[in-house]
Design a protein. Structure first.
Length: 339
């Protein structure tokens, strides 16, 4: 990260999660000019565990704030002196969202609005919110709340006034090996001699945690505001994941679950008309012509997306092979993995 032009103080909501810990670890290693780094989350045990690794005695820039994104006053207090916010806090479990819809709305939508308003009031300069592929053409409540959150962050750019403040979103697919990922489940099932599968035709996008961190940092440095950034990443076939983990096990097909898609998409055909290619990432914009004008004004390279462009996991040009999946599992999930 180029410290001459980038923020020196950060707050990460959901900072004790998988992404938050990886992002904070990266910042501490790569950016020696950080003056303040705030972990904002609601789980005191996870904060205590994180402090064992990133203590304030060893890392004086670290601060740990207990709080919930539903509490705007607490967010505002935590934002004092903060330049950049990375919003990773969310409720994420699809079945839980269907059973507890208002809880997801309070955290994922009302919480997003609280972040926006608190940032407007506290001289924050950059905000990057994490999204999900489930926010594209959502069919479950979790995806719908994240789509609404995305819209809130993008629209927030309309009310920044003369502030030096830009809101953007990053949207990516399944993080390999993260909590809730199918790969750790398959690994555990394989130890017991079976694997369950919802649909053999299923495909998914794949990203590793380090790539997600890199993407957020790129967005902080390169956002113009108003974008939903989407990475160019490979897909995998769920049957290839099973072949990589347990080639001798015949999976038990259970049927697709409510709110689950056979294939994931990150850019719908409707969004494709307003999408710009920024090199390593696509940018979904509210108005492509106005966005291109801003790119020209700031001398930023871009390409228009082709007509009828969309980005879906089963039609991706780049698919992981069985061996590539095995190598990724060893590197990012379980270094002792054998099949």
């Amino acid at each position: 990260m180029d410290n001459k032009k980038n923020p020196e103080s950060f707050l990460v909501t959901g900072g004790t999660g998988s992404f938050g810990k990886a992002f904070i670890s990266h910042l501490l290693k790569s950016n020696k000019n950080i003056k303040r780094l705030v972990v904002f989350s609601r789980d005191e045990l996870k904060q205590w565990e994180m402090q064992q690794k990133f203590s304030q005695s060893e890392y004086p820039v670290m601060r740990y704030f207990l709080g919930d994104v539903r509490d705007k006053n607490r967010i505002s207090r935590a934002l004092e002196g903060i330049d950049c916010v990375v919003h990773a806090a969310a409720l994420k479990q699809v079945p839980a969202a269907e059973y507890n819809p208002m809880e997801f709305i309070k955290t994922n939508i009302d919480g997003a609005n609280n972040i926006i308003e608190a940032c407007l009031d506290n001289n924050v300069k950059r905000v990057v919110a994490l999204s999900t592929d489930k926010a594209a053409a959502p069919i479950n409540l979790y995806g719908a709340t994240k789509l609404c959150s995305d819209k809130l962050f993008i629209a927030a750019n309309n009310i920044v006034g003369k502030r030096d403040l830009r809101f953007s979103v990053v949207r990516y697919g399944n993080v390999m090996g993260s909590r809730g990922s199918v790969i750790p489940l398959f690994l555990e099932q394989a130890k017991k001699g079976f694997i369950t599968l919802t649909d053999p035709n299923m495909t998914r996008f794949n990203i590793v945690l380090e790539e997600g961190v890199k993407m957020v940092i790129w967005a902080i440095e390169n956002s113009l505001g108003e974008e939903i950034f989407v990475p160019k990443i490979p897909s995998y076939r769920i049957t290839d994941v099973i072949k990589a983990i347990a080639p001798n096990i015949n999976p038990q097909v259970k049927g697709i679950r409510p709110g689950e898609k056979i294939h994931e998409e990150m850019i719908t055909i409707s969004d494709g008309y307003s999408t710009v290619d920024r090199g390593p990432y696509y940018a979904i914009t509210p108005n492509r012509d106005l966005y291109i004008k801003r790119c020209l004004e700031e001398n930023i390279a871009y390409k228009k997306s082709p007509n009828n462009f969309f980005y879906r996991s089963d039609l991706n040009k780049d698919f992981l092979s069985v061996q590539e999946i095995r190598d990724l599992i060893r590197t990012h999930v379980n270094k002792d993995f054998t099949f």
